[in-house]
Design a protein around this ligand. Structure first.
Ligand SMILES: NC(=O)c1ccc[n+]([C@@H]2O[C@H](COP(=O)([O-])OP(=O)(O)OC[C@H]3O[C@@H](n4cnc5c(N)ncnc54)[C@H](OP(=O)(O)O)[C@@H]3O)[C@@H](O)[C@H]2O)c1
Length: 268
């Protein structure tokens, strides 16, 4: 198949929060999308996507379960995607890692994302690796979490809440990925996917509950680290690693490369 016929973009994780929004956005912008669904990964047979020129790999696991480990999902499936890209002559892969991921990471989630990044960089494919902070939309992870807590009239802040998050809107994320699919300026780069506003978690919570008479309850750091194993506790182990990590991203770099006007996100 000639290069000119490679007009489509493959998307894994297309049923997730980012995937759904991105697919809708790309279709609106006349980009043909080919979803790569979970059922495919459960088969041993490989996939040939000759009509695709780019693969947006969004499959990711944020909380380990009995049935799925970080290694199996975040590392092993990335290997398979790289293999599909090579055999289908897809030149570019776009990957969603996580803000704060580095060679010095010590938590299993961060380590698995770092390993996936290394595999992509070593693959000799063209790539853009994004490291997102919280992505905020209508149905994102943090919004759903807060809504559930607000329904019970109490919202928990683990620790002091004096740690920074740099949320980014899902619309901006879709615009940026759209640009990264087509523009060379995103080539072979690792880019923090963070919004223009750095905000303390405690302030973000305050803004998010607005006037819906909800009590804010602070749980000391050590106590919340113990409570993560309790199913009723609204934050998991990796949530706390991310929050207490107090990671700051480089929004300026993202703004310079993408040249779009970013929305300030100060609440869910
Ligand atoms: N949302 C955020 O704020 C945020 C922040 C930092 C990083 N990220 C990263 O961005 C990416 C997209 O996030 P998201 O919020 O859209 O995640 P999500 O809503 O949890 O969606 C995860 C997607 O991965 C698929 N998936 C999970 N395990 C799989 C497996 N074993 N085999 C095949 N598919 C599997 C899911 O498919 P099913 O529908 O079949 O389950 C779903 O399509 C992830 O890599 C995530 O780590 C997100």
């Amino acid at each position: 198949m000639g290069m000119s016929l490679k007009r489509s973009v493959a998307i894994s994780g297309s049923t997730g929060f980012v995937g759904k929004n991105l697919q809708r956005f790309l279709i609106k912008n006349k980009v043909k999308c080919i979803p790569v669904l979970r059922s495919f990964f459960q088969e041993t047979r490989s996939l040939l996507l000759s009509e695709c020129f780019c693969f947006v790999h969004l499959v990711g696991l944020g909380n380990e379960t009995k049935n799925q480990s970080f290694e199996e999902v975040n590392v092993e499936l990335t290997k398979r995607i790289i293999d599909i890209c090579k055999r289908s002559k897809i030149k570019k892969i776009i990957y969603f890692s996580g803000l704060g991921v580095s060679s010095k990471s010590t938590s299993n989630y961060f380590i698995s994302k770092f390993k996936a990044e290394r595999l992509i960089i070593k693959s000799e494919l063209d790539y853009t690796i994004f490291r997102p902070s919280y992505i905020i939309g209508k149905d994102d992870y943090l919004t759903r979490n807060f809504k559930k807590q607000i329904q019970k009239k109490e919202i928990i802040i683990p620790g002091t809440g004096n740690y920074i998050i740099q949320p980014i809107s899902i619309n901006d994320v879709c615009s940026v990925v759209h640009l990264a699919i087509h523009s060379r300026s995103f080539s072979k780069k690792i880019i923090d996917l963070v919004g223009p506003e750095k905000i303390l978690f405690k302030q973000f919570v305050k803004n998010s509950i607005r006037n819906q008479n909800t009590t804010i309850k602070k749980i000391p750091l050590k106590k919340s680290l113990i409570q993560v194993s309790d199913k009723k506790f609204p934050y998991g182990n990796e949530d706390l690693n991310i929050l207490f990590g107090n990671f700051e991203g480089n929004h300026e770099k993202l703004r310079k490369i993408s040249k779009i006007e970013f929305t300030k996100v100060t609440s869910v």
